[in-house]
Design a protein around this ligand. Structure first.
Ligand code: PDD
Length: 277
């Protein structure tokens, strides 16, 4: 199995990460998770574009060749013989004696990536999952896919403690997103989801799903909804690269509607699945 380290594919034991890597010390970097279906990268261009945007948003403007990176990722998947799984990819601001301000502009960024086999979550997608409501305590630039995931990690751990698959994050009663996913509710055949502001990560799965829903004639409204509205929803689901379109059938102790996966959620699943099969 090979790993990506800067512009090379190497064995794991060849990789050297300095203890003063800014990703390690500050979480000063950005990342992406890309799915691989049947040996092919799914929506790689979109993920790499977002990676470039995340880098730009945190002032990492070191010359960086995204198309070369794309090629390296394809080579990594190919050489590792990955059929169904994912790629994890991160870029940090590089290595420098610890100081909060940026290192000199010519400090090379540090890129690492690897592949992992991962089947599609078929049985969970079939029966749906439980979610747990918790405060969104994160910072105000959730649009950046930052390595700083402490707020997300704490929320997911809360959810896990409550035997839930995902956290429903809210700011003062307004639902934002999940700890590692985007959230949706369905009311009277209309799909609602938080608009792509600084308060959420604009998921690639979200963008792809909304486009295909609109094309299929479903009504999608990008407008925040509240916890009270969510409690009265007909259906609820989440999306992410690894979870695809995942029904939420229970929120804490309450079933969503009857607790069955609803027809709009099923429609979204089949629309999304049609893109990858
Ligand atoms: N998480 N919101 C947050 C906070 C996320 O971390 C993610 C992705 C998403 C969905 O984005 P996308 O559809 O592009 O995967 C939304 C990844 C999968 C992770 O951290 O593992």
């Amino acid at each position: 199995t090979l790993y990506l380290w800067n512009d090379q594919l190497v064995d794991k034991n060849q990789i050297k990460i300095d203890i003063e890597d800014r990703g390690y010390q500050f979480g000063d970097g950005v990342y992406e998770v890309v799915k691989v279906y049947n040996g092919a990268l799914f929506t790689a261009k979109e993920h790499l574009t977002r990676l470039g945007q995340s880098m730009q948003k945190i002032g990492m403007e070191t010359p960086f060749d995204l198309s070369n990176l794309h090629r390296l990722l394809e080579e990594l998947v190919e050489k590792n013989g990955l059929q169904d799984g994912m790629i994890y990819l991160q870029v940090t601001r590089g290595t420098h004696a610890r100081q909060h301000w940026f290192p000199p502009a010519d400090t090379p960024v540090v890129v690492t990536g690897y592949t992992k086999e991962m089947p599609r979550p078929a049985s969970l997608m079939e029966k749906g999952v439980k979610a747990h409501i918790t405060d969104d305590i994160r910072w105000l630039r959730c649009d950046i896919k930052s390595l700083n995931l402490l707020g997300n990690v704490l929320a997911k751990q809360e959810a896990t403690k409550h035997d839930a698959f995902e956290a429903v994050l809210h700011r003062d009663g307004t639902v934002t997103e999940g700890s590692s996913s985007n959230l949706y509710m369905v009311k009277n055949d209309v799909i609602y989801t938080h608009p792509a502001t600084n308060l959420i990560l604009n998921g690639i799965t979200r963008q792809v799903l909304l486009a295909v829903c609109r094309k299929a004639g479903l009504t999608v409204v990008e407008k925040p909804f509240t916890l009270d509205e969510l409690r009265l929803a007909d259906e609820c689901f989440l999306t992410s690269t690894t979870s695809e379109v995942m029904p939420i059938v229970q929120i804490d102790n309450d079933l969503v509607s009857s607790g069955e996966v609803g027809p709009i959620t099923r429609k979204c699943q089949s629309l999304f699945t049609s893109l990858i099969e």
